[in-house]
Design a protein around this ligand. Structure first.
Ligand code: NDP
Ligand code: HSE
Length: 442
């Protein structure tokens, strides 16, 4: 089929997991994509450190270079797709591409969470687009949904399972009893994990994505440094099992909520009732719940990582940019949903002021008065107990596990109560504290 408009030329930086997937999807579906975009979109040059692999993936039909800076300055390239990752070279390349008047598509959430304010300002100044659907939740079109589909709403909160690797680890550990390190190695083999997998395990990757979603939802600047972040590395099998017995699943949840006192911005393991759909999201799948004042709750589900699911989002951005690149920059959808001169300075709420409910596990010597001491401390902190279970003592052990679920309370109150409980002579070791979310009940 002949098109009136000339093809859009794409320069691809990095042809690893996502870059390879993007090349394959764009090649396989090129006719369908051209019919949607109104002109062919073709990758005409690829930059990667590994030239041999780049030639193999592209089948030798594309110009290949190891000089990414030459590619972002190439006058024949219309759109630069940045898929090398990291925040050093990638930042320089993206800023250089913008300076050269090129549109950019990126999956790099770390780059946007840390330098998004600078990058979007530069893009605005140059009248170019920076598209980043693939940066959050892999193949799920959550950026489009938040920025456009839900634009009528005052967003109240977003809660998401947005790191495929950690969800995969939690699922495999629970269902197959596999060891943490074994499952992590498998996630790396499958191309889900970040170059530095501690980003996945420690909740940093989810915090990057939450930073981006929160900016779009509330019209605030990217504030990665203000996200409270706690990962899954310290979760124990016991807690996963006890949570199950009580009808809950533990997930690494990213949560941002608008409150009267400020914006909550937090990532941490969370107990969610097993009856909730989101608690049943397993493996590399992601899910995001968004509560808008008009629409109510909406749920978005799909593959959160991997070559082709992520490529699906990258190519969607390529089509969007292709359709919009001749439009007057003033009339395009703003990068972060809100007009850049209408951003809000809503404060971020310190974690100590956040209100949630809690799962507490403590080890107590089975003596009279222990429970009375604990409940008195909780009552002093105005913390009310929703449920409590005392486990049977193990053979030959003097201490028992006590599990408590609390009603909503402020983090600083529970911290103060835990410090007092840990100081009791009848308590052995540290108290385990995991936050709980009812998701929708407030
Ligand atoms: P990979 O490591 O698989 O691919 C990156 C590629 O870029 C590699 O081939 C790498 O070469 C190359 N590269 C690195 N630095 C340079 C450089 N300076 N010049 C040229 N080439 C370079 O990463 P992914 O594809 O997994 O991730 C890419 C981006 O997408 C990251 O920002 C990641 O966070 C994001 N992302 C990844 C997802 C996934 O499922 N994997 C999902 C969503 C987003 P070498 O191997 O030699 O280092
Ligand atoms: N490492 C990320 C994850 C890739 O596991 O979710 C997708 O962003």
């Amino acid at each position: 089929m002949e098109y009136q408009l000339k093809p859009i030329n794409v320069g691809l930086l990095g042809i690893g997991t996502v870059g390879g997937g993007t090349f394959n999807v764009l090649t396989r579906n090129q006719d369908e994509i051209a019919r949607r975009a109104g002109r062919p979109i073709r990758i005409t040059a690829v930059a990667d450190r590994d030239l041999e692999r780049a030639r193999q993936v592209t089948g030798g039909c594309v110009r290949v270079t190891d000089d990414a800076f030459a590619l972002v300055s190439d006058p024949d390239i219309d759109i630069v797709v940045e898929l090398i990752g990291g925040t050093t070279v990638a930042r320089d390349l993206v800023l250089k591409a913008i300076e050269n008047g090129k549109h950019v598509v990126t999956a790099n959430k770390a780059l946007l969470a840390l330098y998004g304010n600078e990058i979007f300002a530069a893009a605005q100044g140059k009248g170019v687009m920076v598209a980043f659907e693939a940066a959050v939740a892999g193949g799920i079109p959550i950026i489009k949904a938040l920025r456009e589909g839900l634009t009528a709403n005052r967003i109240e909160w977003i809660a998401g399972i947005i790191n495929g690797t950690s969800n995969f680890i939690l699922s495999e550990m629970r269902d197959k009893g596999l060891a943490f390190d074994t499952v992590l190695a498998e996630a790396q083999r499958l191309g889900y994990a970040e170059a530095d997998p501690t980003f996945d395990i420690e909740g940093i990757d989810a915090a990057h994505k939450l930073t981006i979603m929160s900016a779009i939802a509330f019209g605030i600047p990217m504030q990665f440094g203000r996200v409270y972040t706690e990962g899954i590395a310290r979760l124990t099998r016991e807690d996963i099992r006890y949570a199950e017995e009580l009808g809950y699943r533990i997930k690494l949840l990213a949560m941002t909520r608008r409150t009267a006192e400020g914006i909550e911005l937090r990532v941490h393991p969370t107990l969610i009732s097993a009856r909730r759909l989101i608690a049943n999201v397993e493996g590399v799948m992601n899910a995001i719940l968004v509560k808008g004042d008009a629409v109510g709750s909406t749920l978005y589900y799909g593959a959160g990582a991997g070559a082709e699911p992520t490529a699906s989002a990258v190519v969607a951005d390529l089509v969007d940019v292709t359709r919009m690149h001749t439009a007057d920059p003033e009339h395009r959808v703003p990068h972060l949903a809100f007009q850049p001169d209408r951003m809000s300075d809503l404060p971020i709420l310190p974690m100590s002021e956040v209100q949630t409910s809690y799962y507490l596990r403590l080890r107590a010597f089975d003596r009279p008065g222990v429970l009375a001491d604990i409940t008195r401390i909780l009552a002093d902190g105005e913390i009310s107990i929703e449920a409590m279970v005392q486990k049977e003592p193990q053979e030959g052990e003097d201490a028992v596990d006590i599990i408590m679920l609390t009603h909503l309370t402020r983090e600083k109150n529970i911290d103060a109560a835990i410090a007092r409980i840990e100081a009791l002579a009848s308590i052995s070791g540290k108290v385990t504290r995991i936050r709980m979310e009812a998701l929708g009940r407030r």
